[in-house]
Design a protein around this ligand. Sequence first.
Ligand code: GLA
Length: 389
Amino acid sequence: MRTAEGARQLFLSRFGAAPSGVWLAPGRANLMGEHTDYNGGFVLPFALGQVTAVAAAPRTDRRLVLCSGQQPGSDVDVLLDDLAPGAVSGWGAYPCGVAWALRAAGRDVPGANIAIDSDVPAGAGLSSSAALECATALALTEVAPAGSAVPRRKLAAIARRAENEFVGVPSGIMDQSASLLCESGHALLLDCQSLESSQVPFDPAAAGARLLLIDTRATHRLAGGEYARRRAECEEAARLLGVPSLRDVPGPAAVERLADPVLRRRARHVVTDDARVLQVVALLRGPACGSGDAYREIGRLLTQAHESLRDDFEVSWPEADATVAAALAGGAFGGRMIGGGFGGSVLALAPESAVDSVRGAIAGAFARRDWTAPEFLDAVPSASARRLT
Ligand code: GLA
């Protein structure tokens, strides 16, 4: 694997010896359920084949020394005992935050040399940060001779804590769970309230369909502040509806009681997207799944979700709207923006026979507007984080 070899080579040249091991963690795409995780709802992500690789070896002086192929010239060197929120900024905050969160959870983290390489594009809404956190978390728990694995669900919570409290991004639990719990050929149905999860077989190719992942190359302009604002709006809507979280709203009709039109739209998105997750799961587990019909219906739900994210939750961006419109014009079953919004990627589902015309329509739509050309990425439901043997 290219990134694993990249991390190993970088380790050799930076530290002058071979690493004790290499750990990989994937980025993710989300089939359905956006902005539902922090509302206690359902999500349905799958792990990508694109991964972050961490080559590591323990040190005896309680230092963490980090370098990254994606961040040349900005190595990080810190004492474990100096780690505290705010102590490290930039890319190093993610791996250092994981060391801090592991220690806060009572794990004895060793000092370590770490070299990182990744082919998860940053800023594409594919959870490159969760991939980095999860690969580091596995490495730091398993690299020392006395190390032992932490149960995956617990490790996801620790990696999320690193992002929330050390990096300062108020994200939900979806991305870290996807990176640590997904299985190849499956999507992960995760109940973000109970944290129960199950594997849902997901093999579009067997039904003559294809997943297309399109990086719109627009970056998360407003992402940080707007994400936090959406969270606060959802909490306020739940409070006004008298429920602990929007997951507990009995159905879409109940949100119409909200007098504030903005809060009503936000809540409507969350409640309807939760329902769409369960509809997609029923289709994937249903008898028609081997036929194109189930995927045609899933495509319709994807487009519905996009409209909800665009009009009710208001987190879409022009390149995503144009991508979805062009995909549909090119013959796709449907498509939607994925991730937090305001930049990043679109996931589309198309019959195999329409893949070329969908790609052509999207590329044409971007060229007509003089936008940077979009990137077509592979989206293959892949395995979760692991140590390379
Ligand atoms: C980001 C966050 C996730 C989730 C999505 C939106 O990716 O990290 O926790 O909230 O946005 O679904």
